[in-house]
Design a protein around this ligand. Structure first.
Ligand SMILES: [Zn+2]
Length: 321
């Protein structure tokens, strides 16, 4: 049996070498693994991904867009650098070399999905670039790893019907656009009404939460997931488990929804349990989450998934789930 966790030490790309100072929290996977290893007293095993194949990327993105990524200016736009967030004079590598980081994490999402289909539950400790459009990158998202994984699995007949459950703070607009009119992939997005993007796309099921409805978030998220499962029977769920609705997320644009850790845990556990109880394979990706504290959300979600997968060496007393 393979480890349900997909990760590479190369996920924790040093952004300073690119002259970037932005709280992208690329170390979330490392923090989750360190905490798991601390808690369970041994290095937690994980599966190493390979970079995704170009043929798979082209199942979602246009060749013209991929070519444009050799231009560092295209990256400046996608990453929305403001002021001192990007200092090219301090960079030792050009921005376009970030593509290696992205291709590896796309490969990670695909590998995690394959493991979920084989074993039931898995997680890529990274990825979740749900804003990328076929012909352009947006909102920090260069390549749509989730869509690439879905299309690649379908191409190889590993699965037909896929549900993408997106509970990131921001609408999964790239996902909605890519799969618009595709009956084989069901897209659910629960997101902030006021948050970016201002112009939303149409998912199969959208639930917009206004800032004065934060107290209803959990109930609405749960109801919408059950409604989605009434409408569609997936063979696989890809869960976009953004931690940016968390109250300690530092991105100014995510201030419209502030859930505490207990609410975030309840959210993630509900999604994992709903699919695990129905024996529908589920894999998850990190997606949004900014600053030094958001990894705690992913830690509890990952831990819960591992317990459900029967993959924890032992659960310490007092740590029942
Ligand atoms: Zn987000």
């Amino acid at each position: 049996m393979r480890s349900p966790l997909v990760y590479s030490p190369r996920y924790n790309t040093s952004l300073s070498q690119f002259g970037i100072d932005k709280p992208f929290a690329l170390d979330r996977g490392q923090s989750v693994l360190e905490r798991l290893s601390e808690e369970f007293g041994e290095d937690f095993p994980y599966e190493l991904p390979a970079p995704v194949e170009l043929d798979d990327v082209l199942l979602v993105h246009t060749e013209r867009y991929l070519k444009s990524l050799s231009d560092p200016n295209v990256w400046i736009e996608i990453m929305e650098f403001k002021g001192a967030e990007y200092r090219p004079e301090e960079a030792t590598r050009p921005l376009n070399e970030l593509i290696d980081d992205i291709l590896l994490k796309c490969g990670g999402t695909l590998l995690a999905a394959e493991i979920a289909l084989e074993q039931g539950l898995s997680a890529n400790l990274g990825g979740g670039y749900h804003h990328a459009f076929p012909d352009c990158g947006r909102g920090f998202c260069v390549l749509h790893d989730i869509a690439i994984a879905a299309r690649s699995l379908q191409k190889r007949n590993l699965c037909k019907s896929i549900m993408i459950v997106d509970l990131d703070f921001h609408q999964g607009d790239g996902t909605a656009l890519v799969f618009s009119g595709d009956p084989s992939v069901y897209t659910l997005s629960v997101h902030s009404e006021e948050g970016w993007p201002e112009e939303k796309q149409r998912s199969d099921l959208d639930v917009s939460i206004r800032s004065d409805e934060t107290h209803l978030y959990l109930e609405k998220a749960k109801q919408s997931l059950l409604k989605a499962l009434d409408e569609f029977e997936p063979e696989l769920c890809i869960y976009v488990a953004g931690s940016d609705p968390y109250e300690l997320d530092v991105l100014p644009g995510t201030s419209f929804i502030k859930l505490d850790l207990e609410q975030m845990r309840a959210r993630d556990e509900f999604v994992i349990d709903t699919f695990a109880d129905r024996k529908i394979p589920l894999t998850s990706v990190f997606a949004g989450g900014y600053g030094p504290d958001v990894w705690h959300v992913h830690y509890w979600a990952t831990r819960h998934m591992l317990v459900r997968a029967g993959a924890l060496p032992n659960v310490p007393a007092g740590h029942s789930t």
